[in-house]
Design a protein around this ligand. Structure first.
Ligand code: IPM
Ligand code: MG
Length: 356
């Protein structure tokens, strides 16, 4: 009997449904040639869940994802839900889901496709060959710290990290560095924040178990600058929740479009795979979104959650081939494009190449 995987599919809001449909098209294409079965079960999260059930993270979804082998997620949020109370906003649904699933390690690769070296707003010589893995802590830090409150004349959040939280994300980063170029830059704000000093000390301790890995530390403001000045100096960037959120958006522009970059969130059990971009309400429904970040996230799912490396390699190669043939969605339209495609057409091309 061939292997079978259950995928919880969360399309979400905005361009979410469009880009997920293309990822599924590509997954179906490789699963046929690679001989495994994929079963999809759709679940609600974010604005779509609010409209249907009144809450951004229904219990059904929590139960459903826990029974699945992996979660493939599009994007959530939009102006329609912006005025809701914080705990009822779409974003709270996503944060709650990450916490429930225990996906504390968010891997955000930022690489530059040779084919798109002219697409970045930075000079080709600065970015050609960039290959960075941002390892972002995802279920702690200021996003989740208690106490937090908004009062009449003040509001506060708390940045908190426990020893265990820093240790486990550092171990993930060091393990990844061992499979890459064995360099980690841990990013913090230890010149100002106790929580960052603590972070730094624990990362140093973990480093003792990895003598082959070269560890450096950088303040987050400097790291933002260095990412733009000379991104090739980085191999693995290890950082906390909010710094990782900001730096990964900055890193995405090295590749030319935020529509290209995938992410994998792993941790205690089932993994969550999603593009790093948002729901782009301004272009939703027009069929012009770039599905490649989501297709690439589906490839990460095959690799990290199912160990289907050959199928993942096929998808990655298909994306590269589509780009090198000059196929582009509108976000990359100005750059060596032979043909500007819709979201669906890009999905068709990648699915075709991936199944050969
Ligand atoms: C991301 C997003 C989320 C985050 C939002 C939508 C809550 O920006 O995944 O980077 O801040 O983590
Ligand atoms: Mg973000």
């Amino acid at each position: 009997m061939s292997k079978s995987y259950r995928i919880a599919v969360i399309k979400g809001d905005g361009i979410g449904p469009e880009i997920i449909d293309e990822a599924i098209k590509v997954l179906d294409a490789v699963s046929i040639t690679q001989g495994f079965n994929l079963k999809y079960e759709e679940m609600l999260l974010g604005g779509a869940a609010i409209d249907e059930t009144g809450v951004p993270l229904p219990d059904e979804t929590i139960k459903g994802v826990k029974k699945s082998d992996a979660v493939l997620f599009g994007a959530i949020g939009g102006p329609k839900w912006d005025n809701l109370e914080r705990h009822l906003r779409p974003e709270s649904g996503l944060l709650g889901l990450r916490k429930e699933m225990g996906t504390f390690a968010n891997l955000r690769p930022a690489m530059v496709y040779d084919e798109l070296v002219n697409a970045s707003s930075l000079k080709a010589e600065v970015i050609q060959g960039v290959d960075i893995m941002v390892v972002r802590e995802l279920t702690g830090g200021i996003y989740f710290g208690q106490p937090r409150e908004q009062l009449e004349d003040k509001a506060y959040n708390t940045m908190i990290y426990t020893r265990e939280e820093v240790q486990r994300i550092a171990v993930v980063a060091f393990d990844i560095a061992m499979k890459r170029n064995k360099r980690i830059c841990s990013v913090d704000k230890a010149n100002v924040l106790e929580v960052s000093q603590f972070w730094r000390e624990i990362v140093e301790e973990v480093a003792k178990d990895y003598p082959e890995v070269e560890l450096s530390h950088m303040y987050v403001d400097n790291a933002a600058m260095q990412l733009i000045r000379d991104p090739k100096q980085f191999d693995v960037i290890l950082t906390g929740n909010i710094f990782g959120d900001i730096l990964s958006d900055a890193a995405s522009m090295l590749s030319g479009s935020i529509g290209l970059l995938p992410s994998a969130s792993t941790g205690k059990g089932v993994g969550l795979f999603e593009p790093i971009h948002g729901s782009a309400p301004d272009i939703a429904g027009q069929g012009i979104a770039n599905p490649l970040a989501t297709i690439s996230s589906a490839s990460m799912m095959l690799r990290y959650a199912f160990g289907e490396n050959e199928a993942a390699d096929k998808i990655d190669a298909a994306i590269k081939k589509a780009l090198s043939e000059g196929y582009r969605t509108g976000d990359l339209g100005d750059f060596d494009a032979k043909e500007i495609m819709t979201c669906t057409e890009m999905g068709d091309i990648v699915a075709d190449y991936a199944s050969r």
